[in-house]
Design a protein around this ligand. Structure first.
Ligand SMILES: [Fe+2]
Length: 448
């Protein structure tokens, strides 16, 4: 007789055993129980594995999510910060420094370097980097990559020349494609895998950026390359913007130099007065610990403070005898004329206040000055600084109507004018400076 014996474990029908006899049935029952137990143990093990895997995934997923969110967040911040660099930095070196700082903070790479082509476009030169040991930086600084050799096979040069990015996961795989020099360079830096992207602007290569992971050994992926290409393009724009600003600044400064020299051309005796006043004014800015933008603005205002004299007739400007009241008023009008002329020049940004500061250099602390009869702190700080510098320079320089005053006498005059005509705080820092730099002495003049 054949009996089918179901093997049930915990209510689950697993399998039917077939056998022919009653005594066999007992054996079969026993066997089926053993088999059922065995199968269930196996099943439990599998289930346990699955559950463990599930838990591992559940545990790992949030981690991965957080990692991804962090990466996205970092990349957004990176883009934002690079945007800020484009907007705020008008100097190429500032751009380079900022790009490196942002990259080091936001990118998950151990090392990064930026190379730019020189002005002639002949060499690729290291400009900035992060994560390198000092000995590596020395090597980077002294290594220049020739861009004009057609047979050059180095990745940096090829990336620059062919305007294409590279993701190299193992430098040994491309060993045969590299020149001996390139391979030696990579080995000296300990590079194994790296990414390299051209920095471009309007389809022209400006340089390259490279990154690698030498310590963390994190494998570089296509996503790293995509991110780095985005950064390279933003850097290209930042560099070009800074270059345009620098060119504009150079043009602006040369225009100003020409303008300034035209004042000196007017009267040889007062030639150099504006430069001297500028020198003193800048020194005072340093003594007062003013920031570089304010100092630069005051420097320009000092250079042009008497520009309005260009509109005063020679007969009055160079008159040796006493002036009539009309002539005196005419001379005084140079302050307003300075402001009016400078307002015609489009001073922007940090230079915006140059006309008002230059035009107010004859205001006095007690309100008896001109043209606005401004009082005390109503007079712009730059004008108060220029007033002190102008007063001292005028006393110690030769004029049409008198000889130069010696330094000690001029210092005594500064003290007399302090508080009523000149700002006491400025005079107080200026006198020790004069004594140190020019030296005091009863017979000493500034020009002696
Ligand atoms: Fe003046």
């Amino acid at each position: 007789m054949h009996i089918s014996i179901p093997v049930l474990v915990l209510g689950n029908l697993l399998v039917y055993l077939q056998n022919g006899s009653i005594p066999d049935t007992v054996i079969s029952l026993l066997l089926s129980s053993i088999l059922a137990l065995f199968l269930k143990t196996l099943s439990l093990k599998e289930e346990k594995k699955e559950i463990e895997a599930l838990f591992r995934n559940i545990y790992r997923s949030p981690e991965k999510w957080i990692e991804q969110i962090e990466m996205n967040y970092n990349n957004s911040l990176l883009n934002y910060e690079i945007g800020q660099i484009i907007n705020n930095h008008t100097n190429i070196n500032d751009v380079l420094d900022s790009v490196v700082q942002v990259s080091e903070k936001r990118l998950n790479y151990d090392r990064g370097a930026l190379f730019l082509a020189d002005k002639e476009g002949i060499f690729l030169e290291f400009k900035a980097g992060f994560g390198y040991f000092e000995r590596d930086k020395i090597l980077l600084r002294k290594t220049r990559f020739h861009l004009k050799r057609p047979d050059s096979r180095g990745i940096f040069v090829v990336s620059f020349r062919e305007k294409r990015p590279f993701l190299i996961n193992d430098i040994n795989n491309i060993e045969q494609d590299l020149s001996k020099r390139s391979l030696e360079f990579a080995k000296q830096l300990g590079s194994q895998s790296f990414i390299c992207c051209p920095i471009m602007y309007e389809n022209k290569s400006l340089g390259i950026i490279v990154a690698d992971n030498i310590r963390s050994k994190r494998k570089l992926h296509q996503s790293d390359l995509s991110l780095y290409m985005g950064i390279a393009s933003a850097i290209g724009m930042a560099l070009k913007t800074a270059e345009l600003f620098e060119d504009k600044e150079k043009q602006f400064q040369s225009t100003l130099r020409i303008l300034a020299s035209s004042i000196d051309a007017r009267d040889p005796l007062t030639a150099g007065h504006s430069e001297k006043v500028t020198e003193y004014a800048v020194a005072i800015c340093g003594l007062l610990d003013l920031d570089s933008d304010t100092t630069e603005m005051i420097r320009l205002a000092a250079l042009f403070h008497d520009y309005g004299k260009i509109a005063i007739p020679d007969t009055i400007l160079k008159k040796e005898g006493p002036l009539s009241s009309d002539e005196y008023l005419s001379i005084q009008s140079h302050a307003v004329k300075t402001r009016e002329i400078l307002e015609e020049i489009s001073f922007e940004g940090i230079y915006r206040d140059v006309p008002i500061i230059a035009g107010s250099h004859h205001e006095k602390m007690d309100g008896s000055g001109y043209p606005g009869r401004l009082k005390g702190k109503d007079i712009p700080l730059g004008s108060r600084i220029i007033a002190v510098a102008d007063y001292f320079e005028a006393l110690t320089a030769k004029r049409h109507y008198r000889d130069p005053m010696i330094v000690d006498e001029a210092i005594a005059e500064l003290r007399k004018a302090s508080g009523n005509h000149l700002d006491k705080e400025i005079v107080d820092v200026f006198i020790p400076y004069i004594q140190t730099t020019l030296g005091s002495g009863s017979e000493k003049t500034v020009s002696a």
